[in-house]
Design a binder for this molecule. Structure first.
Ligand SMILES: *[C@@H]1O[C@H](CO)[C@@H](O)[C@H](O)[C@H]1NC(C)=O
Ligand SMILES: *[C@@H]1O[C@H](CO)[C@@H](O)[C@H](O)[C@H]1NC(C)=O
Ligand SMILES: *[C@@H]1O[C@H](CO)[C@@H](O)[C@H](O)[C@H]1NC(C)=O
Ligand SMILES: *[C@@H]1O[C@H](CO)[C@@H](O)[C@H](O)[C@H]1NC(C)=O
Length: 258
């Protein structure tokens, strides 16, 4: 869904108006009257006891949480697996172009993203969570060296590629150890037609929703990962005017099953 900045501010400020918060996501974007609301969005799920569903802080009951479906649904998690972790990813999709070929199209060359823990938000405020990738896309990615960035207290790990077909999820950090492993894509489904085109509503569309499976079964505590509610990340249709390597900003939710 395409949100204008004004409507996002409005929607969020009505929800979090009475909420205590700390600034979790800083950056130049949105410096102005309502910027504190946007800067605090990822903190939201942690601090609220919605209708008593959150038991203690940082713990929540995900047993009944339903993962959102693509218009053409991805296959469900395999029998016996349960929801383990939910993260918002913010980073770039990488592409390469063969500049010697005038009809070349961009080729996917991995992705890099920081992952932020929104597990409790998936249980306590699923509607707000589904808007987070669109919001995150408009905010800068805090880097690991931004020691002062409060959002780094919510970090659950990092996503990157170890080779062209191995999507790696490293959820082991100094804050928590949720596991790590290499995954391969097993299914893909187009993002809804209403998905954002890119930052500021400009771009080439949102990357597909995916199902991924652990490459080695026993390597990792989580076995299947979904990329859903994508925002941005698609490349241009042709390489005309592109560099040999370039990045497209994106955000998405990652749902981990173990
Ligand atoms: C992807 O999942 C859908 C729905 O379960 C299924 O119909 C389709 O065959 C799958 N595609 C691949 C490539 O496995
Ligand atoms: C962070 O992730 C863990 C594991 O999924 C979960 O138990 C915890 O409640 C999460 N914290 C928040 C604030 O969502
Ligand atoms: C140029 O790119 C097109 C589109 O990807 C491809 O079909 C074609 O084989 C490429 N030509 C060469 C010489 O690599
Ligand atoms: C993707 O681009 C980022 C930013 O330039 C870079 O740090 C990273 O190494 C690239 N990853 C891959 C797999 O090309």
């Amino acid at each position: 869904m395409l949100f204008s900045r004004a409507s996002l501010l409005f929607a969020l400020s009505t929800v979090v108006a009475a909420a205590p918060y700390e600034k979790r996501w800083f950056g130049g974007w949105g410096q102005g009257s309502n910027s504190d609301v946007l800067e605090s969005f990822l903190d939201f799920g942690k601090r609220h006891s919605w209708r008593g569903r959150t038991t203690t802080q940082g713990q929540c009951n995900v047993a009944a949480v339903q993962m959102p479906q693509a218009p053409k649904p991805l296959p469900p998690p395999s029998e016996g697996l349960t929801l383990y972790h939910v993260a918002v990813g913010r980073g770039t999709q990488n592409y390469t172009c063969d500049l010697s070929n005038s009809t070349a199209i961009p080729i996917a060359a991995g992705a890099v993203a920081s992952l932020f823990n929104v597990t409790c938000m998936s249980a306590d405020s699923p509607t707000l969570l589904s808007a987070i990738p669109n919001i995150a896309l408009e905010l800068p990615t805090p880097t690991a060296t931004d020691a002062t960035s409060p959002i780094n207290r919510d970090i659950s790990g990092h996503h990157y590629f170890t080779d062209l077909t191995t999507a790696f999820f490293n959820l082991d950090t100094t804050l928590s150890t949720y596991g790590a492993g290499g995954f391969k894509k097993t299914n893909s489904s187009d993002a809804p037609s209403t998905a954002v085109k890119g930052q500021h509503g400009q771009g080439y569309g949102s990357v597909p929703w995916l199902k991924l499976q652990a490459k080695t079964k026993d390597e990792c505590v989580f076995q299947e990962v979904y990329r859903i509610n994508t925002a941005g990340g698609n490349p241009p249709k042709t390489c005309q005017g592109q560099q040999a390597a370039f990045q497209i900003e994106y955000s998405a939710e990652y749902w981990f099953y173990s």
